[in-house]
Write a protein that binds this ligand. Structure first.
Ligand code: PLP
Length: 392
């Protein structure tokens, strides 16, 4: 069959390539994927099982409204009041199949074919793929020396762009954006009538810093879509539920789009999500504590090396490690590390050309794996780093 042009040109993320490679190697420590290891599943699997059984018994077995169960949309509105002190109405909330579908819905809702959208480089690669899928024209903005969005670069490209995606806490850097930089972005967006799509999927995974939602900036609420998810903050990537916060009056149109993509999110899972969001404090606290322990163990190991640098790992569950003094190619680095030490990490080039010179270490595995993985990375850098340098 001749597949469509769009299907053909949509890129496949490099992270999947590394995961494919791991299948040929036994006993790999997986630090390449943004998913959770066994210890995290143990935290709440019984709780989820009972919630799911109750939802089925209570009869949550039908389609729901296109925008999702009103009960869940109300619980999310309540969550924004409790978590951020910000007023969101249930009518502004639309339930999606993870942040992925929330993102897709946002792009469909705001972009026409050929419209330019500004994306972070380095950044989550699916922003590019989805922009291409909807026929938009992805353009990129760089990060500054602190791994924050380079607002001068954004300002210089804002006029000719329709939308902008920002992501805090950030994948792949782990950096949490300051209010100052968010305020500057809001200002640029307001001046240029730019739609801001703020991906806050990791909002409850923050350590030393506080997460600030773009919803704080009232002046851009009419041009703002916030994306959120149960995948990361609740360590439930398999629940496949997320949500978007839309400007007033748009949930009907979003519902119309949902009708044609998914009809409605799964009723039973939405009922489970009501309980999760109502208990977000206790659930996310346990997850964050475990992640922090893993992060600290890895950082401690990495500092056995004389010269080491990485983006400030303030949130999400990634360490964006600078490997440029060891090897010019992040792919060659990741491949050699995998083959010689059986540790999988993601090459920075997979997040855009500005990610070259870095690898992303994901630490949502078990504590022992995090520690052992870090030890092997340090060993690798001590022994072989210079070797790869010469080969490339
Ligand atoms: C920044 C970012 N946004 C969105 C997603 C998609 O998440 P979900 O599982 O909710 O679809 C991911 C997943 O890795 C991500 O890292």
């Amino acid at each position: 069959m001749n597949i469509s042009y769009r299907a053909d040109i949509t890129p496949y993320p490099l992270i999947r390539e590394i995961s494919k490679l791991t299948r040929t190697i036994p006993d790999v420590i997986h630090m390449e994927i943004g998913d959770f290891g066994k210890e995290f599943k143990e935290l709440h699997k019984e709780f989820i099982a009972s919630l799911l059984a109750n939802a089925a018994k209570e009869g949550y077995l039908n389609y729901t409204e296109n925008s999702g169960l009103y009960e869940l949309r109300s619980a999310i509105a309540e969550y924004y009041k409790k978590r951020h002190g910000i007023a969101v109405e249930p009518e502004n909330v639309v339930i999606t199949i993870g942040a992925m579908e929330g993102l897709f819905l946002s792009l469909l809702l705001t972009l026409d074919v050929g419209d330019k959208i500004l994306l972070p480089n380095p950044g989550y690669p699916n922003y590019t793929s989805q922009s291409i899928l909807v026929g938009a024209n992805p353009q990129y903005y760089s990060l500054d020396n602190n791994f924050l969005p380079n607002t001068s670069d954004i300002a210089s490209k804002a006029k000719e762009s329709k939308a902008l995606i920002i992501n805090t806490p950030n994948n792949p850097t782990g950096v949490v954006y300051s209010t100052n930089v968010l305020r500057e972005i809001a200002e640029i967006a307001r001046e240029n009538n730019l739609v801001v799509i703020s991906d806050e999927t990791y909002e409850n995974i923050v350590f030393e810093k506080k997460h600030h939602t773009m919803l704080k900036f009232e002046e851009i609420r009419d041009n703002l879509i916030v994306i959120n998810s149960f995948s990361k903050s609740f360590a439930l990537t398999g629940l496949r539920l997320g949500f978007v916060i839309l400007p007033d009056g748009l949930s009907g149109v979003a519902g119309k789009l949902q009708e044609n993509i998914i009809a409605s999110p799964p009723a039973m899972l939405q009922k489970v999500a009501v309980e999760l969001i109502e208990n977000y404090r206790e659930i996310t606290k346990k997850i964050t504590q475990k992640l922090r322990k893993n992060r600290d163990a890895i950082i401690k190991e990495l500092h056995r090396l004389p010269e080491i640098s990485y983006a400030p790992p303030e949130g999400a569950f990634y360490i964006f490690l600078n490997i440029s003094r060891y090897c010019p190619s992040s792919y060659a680095f990741a491949e050699t590390l995998l083959k010689t030490k059986r540790v999988a990490v993601t090459p920075g080039i997979g997040f855009g050309e500005n990610g070259e010179g870095y690898v992303r270490i994901s630490y949502s595995c078990s504590y022992n794996e995090a520690l052992e993985g870090a030890k092997r990375i340090v060993e690798f850098l001590n022994e072989g780093g210079r070797e790869i340098d010469r080969k490339n």
